[in-house]
Design a protein around this ligand. Structure first.
Ligand code: DAH
Length: 351
């Protein structure tokens, strides 16, 4: 093959390569000319060996030139095809800036957790430290130390779930799921010296049929203040301040006589209804009563103080305890305590 023929071979190759419509056609053309096995140019290269020495340099140069042109053409076409592919893909893509963004699902705190934190925060402004205690408790702290010995009728009110012999040490000494947070009053007093101001939020357990306002697993918050000159008016002032921060500045608070074995005197606290202020006989928050029962409270019983080694002549104190879900229901308008624990996001996401 003379130089002339090699040139026209290269011309044909460049034309075919330039006309390749896609990557596959380009590859086929490349193999046809540059393919190692029987590409046209490879054949031509093999021939060099059989040529007379005088013709070899010119022929070799012509082969190299043809090869260079063909390779350059492949390179160029390949680039052009790639650019075209990208352009086609871009043309097919539509960015619609008017579409709503995809929703990011943010997590949030459970309404009962939110309420618990608010209670802690509010009592912190009144000088109360938040502490926590065990959910599984000894009979002594849950009952005995609170003036509720075995056989006391008040135990009926705090029936709970018993756990037999949990530590394996004494079968006669079972533990229980605490039915209220009041045992923490005793634990805190045992561990500290007055003055004491603590609030204890925590999970409680009761042997109970559930209904719209009762759960067998629920939360309470407990408050305890012990000092040298505390009186019932300190208790009232503290709870007023709390009620105002939770429900607004105009709240009234009602104290009515109640009975708890570990306080003397004892009272029940109710807030005047923040929803209807006592004006709506069909109010769905207070049921038309005008008052919302919130907690039990009282002055810590002298026997309770004596049991932890405090002198009741020197130290007095007040205590209170109420249901956290109750507060959460009042603040959110949730009509049923069980909604908090069904894990239905349609409910929980509202808060
Ligand atoms: N522990 C009581 C209950 O669960 C509520 C209570 C009443 C707590 C009087 C107190 C208190 O601290 O002084 O029903």
């Amino acid at each position: 093959m003379a130089g002339e023929e090699l040139r026209s071979l290269a011309d044909r190759a460049v034309a075919e390569i330039g006309a390749a419509v896609d990557e596959a056609a380009l590859e086929a053309a490349r193999v046809r000319y540059l393919g190692r096995k029987d590409g046209a140019l490879t054949e031509a290269t093999k021939r060099i060996g059989s040529l007379p020495a005088a013709e070899k340099p010119a022929y070799g140069a012509a082969v190299n030139e043809a090869k260079r042109r063909i390779e350059a053409a492949v390179e160029e076409r390949s680039g052009a095809l790639r650019t075209a592919t990208v352009a086609r893909e871009l043309a097919g893509e539509h960015v619609d800036a008017t579409l709503p963004p995809r929703r990011v699902r943010l997590g949030r705190l459970h309404p009962v957790t939110q309420t618990m934190r608010d209670v802690s925060r509010i009592f912190a402004t009144l000088g109360f430290e938040t502490v926590e205690g065990p959910e599984i408790e000894w009979d002594y702290y849950a009952f005995e130390a609170l003036n509720i010995p075995a056989g006391h009728p008040a135990r009926e009110k705090w029936q709970t779930l018993w756990i037999s012999n949990p530590l394996g040490d004494d079968p006669a000494r079972p533990m229980l799921g605490r039915p209220h947070t009041s045992p923490m009053q005793v634990r805190v007093m045992e561990q500290r010296k007055p003055p004491i101001r603590v609030v204890i939020p925590g999970r409680c357990y009761r042997y109970e049929a559930t209904d719209a306002i009762r759960e067998s697993i629920f939360f309470q918050y407990e408050g305890l203040a012990i000092d040298e000159k505390l009186t019932m008016s300190d208790l009232k002032g503290t709870l007023y301040a709390f009620a105002r921060q939770v429900f607004g500045s105009d709240r009234k608070i009602r104290f009515r006589v109640d009975y708890f074995p570990f306080t003397e005197p004892s009272a029940e606290i109710a807030f005047d209804c923040f929803a209807c202020e006592g004006k709506d006989p069909h109010c769905r928050v207070c049921g038309g009563d005008g008052w919302i029962e919130a907690a039990g409270c009282g002055m810590v019983h002298p026997d309770v103080l004596r049991r932890v080694g405090y002198d009741p002549k020197r130290y007095q104190g007040f205590a209170f305890g109420g249901g956290l879900e109750r507060l959460a229901m009042l603040r959110t308008g949730a009509p049923d305590i069980r909604l908090f624990y069904q894990n239905d996001l349609r409910f929980l996401e509202q808060f």
